[in-house]
Design a protein around this ligand. Structure first.
Ligand code: SAH
Length: 257
């Protein structure tokens, strides 16, 4: 996936030479060097993955997926230099791509679904993502799940994600324009559902469309007025719900725009 296409350009210009001061240089100055870009982006990308591991991310499947997907391909060219920092970045239409550590944490939680417990190498089955945004997380998910359905309510971002994903030629990722509050019944039942936008509560439709043994990981409003990550497991015995750490996501909204 780190193919032969160039990454982002890094131009190293030589310091001012004697020529620029109106004299001939004694030694010809070196020409402007265009660095082999992939090696530059690959190094900062590798450091991002090392930081995730140092912060405690232990699931090999997630580390490999985070290492496989080049985040700089999903952000605006003015932001490529920040693509491997642990920060959320604007992707247009008032939305943001989540921090790499949050993407990794949520996918790690998703892979700890009851159906996969004790199977640290197995892929998840079909996954539904609510909020495609720029398509970054959907692409990461394609490395840990057999099939990814990702739904976005904003046409502009849905189309942007389509354009971004064309580079990766992923046959297992399906991008839909629609209201993810209703889930996506055509792909159900899902082994996992992951939301990139936070609502008042987890819609019943998501729980209905979850397979037995499956898990939902989603930000929802907390009683304290902020947002928290919620993990919902569906087992043969019923529904287990756990509230985890505080998070900060864009709002889950209904309808298409
Ligand atoms: N996972 C994305 C992050 C996108 S931000 C990425 O990797 O880039 C969250 C996205 O959720 C926004 O694009 C927002 O438009 C979308 N969203 C909010 N409510 C939605 C809904 N009901 N259905 C589908 N998408 C929704």
């Amino acid at each position: 996936m780190t193919g032969s296409r160039p990454g982002f350009p890094v131009r190293l210009t030589p310091a001012a030479t004697a020529a620029t001061r109106g004299r001939q240089p004694a030694v010809p100055s070196k020409p402007t060097v265009l660095m082999p870009e992939t090696s530059v982006s690959a190094a900062v990308h590798a450091r991002m993955v090392q930081r995730l591991a140092a912060q405690g991310l232990a699931d090999r499947r997630v580390l490999d997926a985070m290492a496989a997907v080049q985040r700089h391909r999903f952000v605006d060219s003015a932001l490529v230099n920040q693509a491997y920092e642990d920060t959320s970045l604007p992707i247009g239409l008032g939305q943001t791509i989540s921090k790499p550590s949050v993407v990794a944490r949520m996918i790690e939680l998703l892979l700890a679904a009851p159906a996969l417990s004790g199977k640290p190498q197995q892929r998840l089955g079909r996954v539904l993502e609510i909020g495609t945004g720029c398509g970054y997380q959907a692409t990461v998910l394609s490395h840990v799940a057999t099939e990814v359905y990702s739904i976005e309510r904003l046409r502009g971002l849905h189309e942007r994600a389509r354009a971004n994903l064309r580079f990766f030629r992923l046959a297992t990722v399906h991008l839909m324009l629609g209201d993810g509050m209703l889930g996506y019944p055509k792909g159900a039942p899902y082994a996992g559902i992951i939301a990139a936008a936070g609502g008042e509560s987890v819609p019943d439709a998501w729980i209905e469309q979850l397979a037995i043994g499956g898990r939902i990981v989603a930000p929802t409003h907390s009683s304290a007025g902020g947002q928290s990550l919620v993990v919902i497991d569906k087992t043969a015995r019923g529904i287990d719900r756990r509230i985890l750490e505080a998070v900060h996501f864009v709002p889950l909204k209904s309808g298409i725009a």
